[in-house]
Design a protein around this ligand. Sequence first.
Ligand SMILES: *Cc1c(COP(=O)(O)O)cnc(C)c1O
Length: 227
Amino acid sequence: MDSIARRFATVREQLRQAEITAQRPFGSVQLLAVSKTKPAGDIAAAYRIGQRHFGENYLQEALKKQQELAAFNISWHFIGPIQSNKTKPIAQHFAWVHSVDRLKIAERLSEQRPDYLPPLNICLQVNISDEASKSGIELTDLPTLIEQVGKLPRLRLRGVMAIPEPQQDYQAQCLPYRRLYQAVRHLNRSDLDTFSFGMSGDLQAAISEGSTLVRIGTALFGERPSQ
Ligand SMILES: *Cc1c(COP(=O)(O)O)cnc(C)c1O
């Protein structure tokens, strides 16, 4: 087995174990392979062993890889910060966007989503670490934004995404996810079925707190060059 296949096998086993520990149904947590900074060849290798959902942060880099991999049936997720002048190519070339944090961006994505594509799947990014620097809306603003984005015709609002401040301690990893999960559940909207929680360093905690999709980069593709 090559190293990508080995890493995928390890992560899939970790997901399965975390599902068991959290008493979650088998397969209830989807794996999003975060391929930012990695070459198209790595994505092709993962595709050959069954991976279909890939996450990218940088628009130009993602569009280039999408061209190289045009023959593959990949579901592309945009997970990086969004500038409002970049919404059109995102609306045209992705199936999912996880990082919507203001109404203006959502409105543009809805207007610019081509008619020949299904509605764009959307997660709202929420800041759950009380850090002024982190992107994402405040939890108190979430109900209003859900209400507004849920009405946009060319979007399908699916749920929330969070990138908490990295913590070593397991309980400290769980707490912010738990708060956000409960806040969303409290709204009683059965259409919100996606909790985009968890990265390489905290996937067990995220799964125990209700994650339905983990975004894993390093553990699958190896370390990234530092920026
Ligand atoms: C890079 C990135 C990930 C993957 O992080 P790893 O620590 O490499 O698993 C997940 N989510 C977002 C939003 C990212 O930017």
